[in-house]
Design a protein around this ligand. Structure first.
Ligand SMILES: Cc1ncc(COP(=O)(O)O)c(C=O)c1O
Length: 1018
């Protein structure tokens, strides 16, 4: 050091001008610039050029000035456009000249071009300027790739790899507290940083991008215009370049990590950094400061009077204290994110995995969260009385306000969303440790409000990480952390805050919880930190954070980062997206426009209509995100929006959709597969687009075959919407707007065993009910006529889920066929394995129809329908008239039909229908023992009915009760219907994928609803 001072050049301006003339042949105006150890003259030459003449300290080893010269030459040769000083050769063409001072000290001289701009120190360090600085450093370092020189291997205390040497200077720091602060960083450095640093790539870097060495454009202060002073250039880890620049940029900066992030982002754009490098950045920034303050302290010990040495000491200490309060993992997450990396390794995969696997997650609440009618909790509104009471530590008052709201609006679940601005958090602990004068206001968890004691279950298998009590007022109360490691997903943690203390004694760190296992209960205010009861649920993709380190609220400026570290738990908790964003028109507007634009006699279910916006498996989701368990719509046979169906449809639609006038594989493949499910006599298929069309075609087939018009149809049946089908549907022609039976239509008694005359022996029901058909045939015969056909649903549904008595169809088919008629089985509702034991419901009666009609479930919602008949009937139909159906049997519909069959067979959905159906029937029967109102329970597979009666003896219909149950179930999120002439039969036809869990959900809702209706109706 002393040597350096003695050899500091001390040339007068005139002497320097003389040297300039002598070595460079230049003259002009010279002005001396500030320098610590050399002499720098700004030269405005007469030729108009501006340069700097550097007279190098005589003590500087030659290797160093050679190194700088070589470095500048390299940059000049490979990145001539970089705004850095470029070497001007001497008159003899050399890069350096030499002179001897009056004191006899030899100095080397270098002339370099002037770089225009203001020092960054004199302008603002906003994000744009810092990012531009990062880019400049990136470009500079990139230009030095492949450059090496012995001078770059100097031993410098400023070498970030030697930051540990600061320990040797610690004793110069007088305050014990300050020493302890530095020691914390030093320990981290030695333990975890230095070993990793040693493995990172190194290259020659500038190594001192302080804001006097960085120039900004004079007009546009957001753009860096130059980089100067290569006196500290060194072969060092590349990341040190960013760390050093960030350490300077962070001085007196309100958001030092944001500043570092801007530099890193810029650098990374020009010279991509590796994750391992960015992971050390926070510590390296701190270590640069540690180096700086310890060097200052030691120099001060030697030279009290050199103000230059201490110039950045105070801000450096301030910044160090700030960094010390930060969680390095969060700072690193911000820096990683700035470079486009995941905030923590695997973070994005966790959110993606949860999304992709959401259907397999177990419900977090007793039932799937989306099934509860939910509303936003007003914590986002700081003036709302509930918020005010909560912040004022009056949880009971807050809870009372919420409960009133829930009662008035039928709400059962309150949701406090992720990302919500919560300005109410007033405590000291919500002051940002990253950004000055900033509070942490964005909610990073998901709050679920329900009653204290609400049981909470883990959606995924877990290991308990910790169970603890946080005692602070407005803290978490009982806090549980679980670790999840599902296959194919990086491990992540879930945090469960505001829990009841009962969990403390029941679970402990290390315990394994199976998916669906109880985690704990929502705590009451006295044990949950003093809040209206709720769960604060939060995910953390950083599994190294302890439960109390996980940030419950964060700075809005870093919300993107927090979103990766702590992804929104909504999907994990089972909340539907639609809860957050209502799309499309309002209910009122749709109802109004329907009235104006559509046929007025389209009916709408429920007094308060539902607007469904999405279907998924057994669920229908409305526009408020509420999920309804669909036990009614038998069209989506294998579940709503089944991926296999969607894929088959989309794939074929993207290739070709034509008609049957051209050859295509699909129609033949589908006919093969469909007929294979039927008895051997039924071999010929016709494809149409709706159940009505199928029945209409069946009527044409029948007329062609028998030449007769006479129809025998069951009372209260429905077969379709065309006039000729309305004519054979007593359900229509006997009710409002109907005109009674046409002369060719003959209505047979509905073979409803439950309502059979009491004196009929049960085993004779089939025969006895068939007598009604015999009588109709007899009457026709008496007029010299005969039946054209008999049509019946194989399980009359509209009539009230009526299961035909044994032997009924056998006897009726015999009678009809003997009289020259054909038999049509309408399987539009009941086909495709719904009964479980068989593919087709007629098979349960041991008969083979002449024509089978199919619709609804055949395409899982896609408009497809079919008729399958015998060769004999088809021969009669083939009378010369062409049969053409524009859409029937098109390649897309057939692809869909095939996909549905694949799923039914591939997943044994018939087997599922049988076992889940039997489970439900048994449970309904058990309910029957508890509820007098249940007169009869009927079902086969997943075709189910519960007949409600006011009196089990008279079997008088309990219509009001049935309606109340259907509405009550709807209110509780389960869809079912009522059927039968008196609308007193509860009708259920859930999708074939209905699981035992779904069945339990249905049963729980039914039980609750029955109890409720029984209470209110008596
Ligand atoms: C038994 C039965 N057959 C036929 C139809 C008519 O089917 P679609 O509405 O597809 O024309 C229906 C419709 O509800 C039905 O329930």
């Amino acid at each position: 050091m002393n040597d350096m001072l003695k050899t500091t050049p001390d040339f007068s301006t005139e002497a320097a001008a003389a040297l300039l003339k002598e070595h460079y042949g230049l003259s002009g105006a010279l002005s001396l610039l500030a320098s610590e150890r050399d002499q720098n003259f700004k030269v405005a030459a007469e030729d108009g050029s501006i340069s700097i003449l550097k007279i190098i300290n005589g003590a500087e080893p030659e290797v160093e000035s050679d190194f700088q010269t070589a470095l500048l030459s390299h940059v000049g040769a490979h990145a001539a456009d970089l705004p850095v000083p470029h070497i001007r050769p001497t008159l003899s063409g050399a890069s350096l000249a030499s002179t001897t001072s009056a004191r006899g000290v030899t100095h080397r001289l270098r002339l370099v071009s002037w770089v225009e701009g203001l020092p960054l120190a004199e302008t603002g360090r906003n994000d744009a300027a810092l990012q531009s600085l990062g880019r400049m450093l990136g470009r500079f370092d990139a230009s030095l790739k492949g450059f090496m020189h012995p001078g770059a291997l100097r031993d410098l205390d400023w070498d970030i790899r030697h930051a540990g040497r600061s320990a040797d200077r610690l004793h110069h720091v007088t305050s014990a507290e300050d020493r302890a602060l530095l020691e914390r960083f030093l320990v981290r450095f030695e333990k975890t940083v230095a070993p990793r640093l040693a493995t990172l790539r190194a290259a020659v870097i500038h190594n001192d991008a302080n804001d006097w060495n960085v120039l900004v454009d004079k007009v546009d202060h957001d753009t860096i215009s130059g980089l100067i002073d290569f006196g500290d250039a060194l072969h060092a880890p590349v990341i040190a370049e960013v760390a050093i620049a960030a350490a300077y940029a962070g001085l007196d900066h309100p958001d030092p990590i944001g500043a570092a992030a801007a530099i890193a982002r810029g650098f990374h754009a020009e010279y991509p950094l590796a994750e391992e490098e960015v992971d050390l950045l926070f510590d390296l920034i701190a270590m640069r400061l540690v180096t700086s303050v310890t060097i200052s302290a030691s120099r001060r010990a030697h030279t009290d009077d050199n103000p230059y040495l201490a110039i950045s000491e105070r801000p450096a200490w301030t910044l160090l204290r700030k960094l010390d309060r930060m969680n390095p993992r969060f700072a690193t997450a911000i820096l990683r994110h700035a470079c486009g990396f995941e905030a923590t390794s695997g973070a994005r995969k966790v959110a993606a995995w949860i999304n992709a696997n959401r259907k397999s997650l177990k419900p977090l609440l007793e039932r799937p969260a989306a099934t509860y009618p939910a509303a936003l909790v007003p914590y986002g509104d700081p003036t709302h009385p509930m918020t005010v009471k909560s912040a004022g530590e009056q949880p009971d008052e807050a809870q009372a306000i919420w409960e009133d709201y829930c009662r008035a609006h039928g709400v059962e679940l309150g949701i406090g969303p992720f990302g919500e601005e919560r300005t109410v958090y007033a405590g000291e602990m919500f002051v940002s440790r990253f950004i000055d004068h900033t509070r942490r206001t964005r909610h990073l968890g998901l709050d679920l409000f329900m009653a204290a004691g609400t049981r909470l279950y883990t959606p995924l298998a877990a290991t308990v990480v910790s169970v603890e009590i946080e005692k602070d007022p407005l803290g978490y109360g009982c806090l549980i952390a679980l670790r999840h490691e599902p296959e194919g997903c990086p491990p992540f943690v879930t945090l469960w805050g505001h829990m009841a203390h009962e969990a403390m004694g029941r679970i402990k760190a290390g315990d394994r919880l199976a998916a669906g296992a109880l985690v704990g209960e929502m705590g009451a205010p006295k044990e949950n930190g003093g809040w209206a009861p709720h769960l604060h649920l939060q995910l953390s993709t950083d599994t190294a954070l302890s439960a109390t380190e996980i940030l419950g609220v964060g700075e809005p400026q870093f919300l993107d980062v927090w979103t990766e570290l702590f992804p929104d738990a909504r999907t994990f908790a089972g909340i539907a997206e639609e809860f957050y964003e209502k799309k499309g028109r309002s209910h009122e507007e749709i109802v109004k426009r329907r009235k104006e634009l559509l046929l007025p006699n389209l009916s709408i279910s429920y007094d308060k209509p539902i607007k469904f916006v999405r279907g998924e498996g057994v669920w229908l989701i409305d526009d408020s995100g509420r999920a309804y368990l669909d036990c009614f719509n038998n069209v989506c046979h294998i579940g709503h929006a089944h991926p296999a169906v969607v894929e088959a449809m989309a794939k074929q639609a993207a290739i070709l959709n034509t008609n049957t006038r051209y050859l295509h594989d699909n129609i033949v493949a589908y006919a093969e597969r469909l007929t294979a499910t039927l008895p051997k006599e039924l071999t010929v298929a016709g494809f149409v687009n709706s159940g009505s069309e199928a029945n209409s075609l069946a009527l044409r087939l029948m007329r062609a075959h028998t030449g007769r018009e006479n129809a025998i149809t069951l009372d209260w049946s429905y077969h379709g919407t065309t006039q000729e089908l309305i004519d054979i549907s007593p359900y229509k022609f006997r009710r409002k707007g109907g005109k009674g039976p046409k002369p060719h239509v003959h209505v047979a008694t509905i073979p409803d065993s439950y309502h059979a005359p009491a004196d009929w022996p049960a085993e004779e029901h089939g025969k006895r009910f068939a007598e009604s058909v015999a009588e109709l045939i007899q009457a026709m015969k008496a007029k010299g006529e005969g039946p054209g056909f008999f049509i019946a649903e194989s399980i009359p549904s509209v009539a009230g889920q009526v299961f035909l008595p044994e032997g009924y169809l056998k006897e009726v088919y015999r009678l009809v066929r003997e009289a020259g008629g054909v038999c049509i089985a309408d399987e539009v509702q009941v086909g495709f394995g719904r009964v479980g034991s068989h593919w087709w419901a007629f098979e349960t009666q041991g008969v083979v129809p002449d024509v089978v009609t199919m619709g609804k479930p055949i395409g899982d919602g896609h408009p497809l329908a079919a008729v399958v008949t015998t060769r004999e009937v088809t021969d009669s139909f083939n009378n010369g008239m062409e049969y053409f159906n524009t859409f029937g049997g098109n390649p897309v519909s057939c692809a869909v039909g095939l996909a549905v069959l694949d799923v039914i067979e591939g997943q044994d959905l018939r087997g599922n229908a049988l076992s889940v159906g039997n489970y439900l029937i048994d449970a309904f029967r058990a309910m029957q023992t508890r509820y007098e109102v249940i007169g009869d329970v009927r079902g086969m597979g997943l075709f189910l009915g519960i007949e409600l009666v006011t009196d089990r003896k008279t079997k008088a219909p309990a219509t009001e009760f049935a309606r109340a149950v259907s509405n009550g179930a709807r209110r509780r999120g389960v869809l079912m219907g009522t059927e039968g002439p008196h609308d007193n039969i509860l009708k259920m036809r859930p999708p074939m994928i209905f699981s035992k869990r779904d069945a339990d959900h249905l049963l729980a809702v039914l039980e609750e609803t029955f109890a409720d209706v029984a209470r209110t109706l008596g």
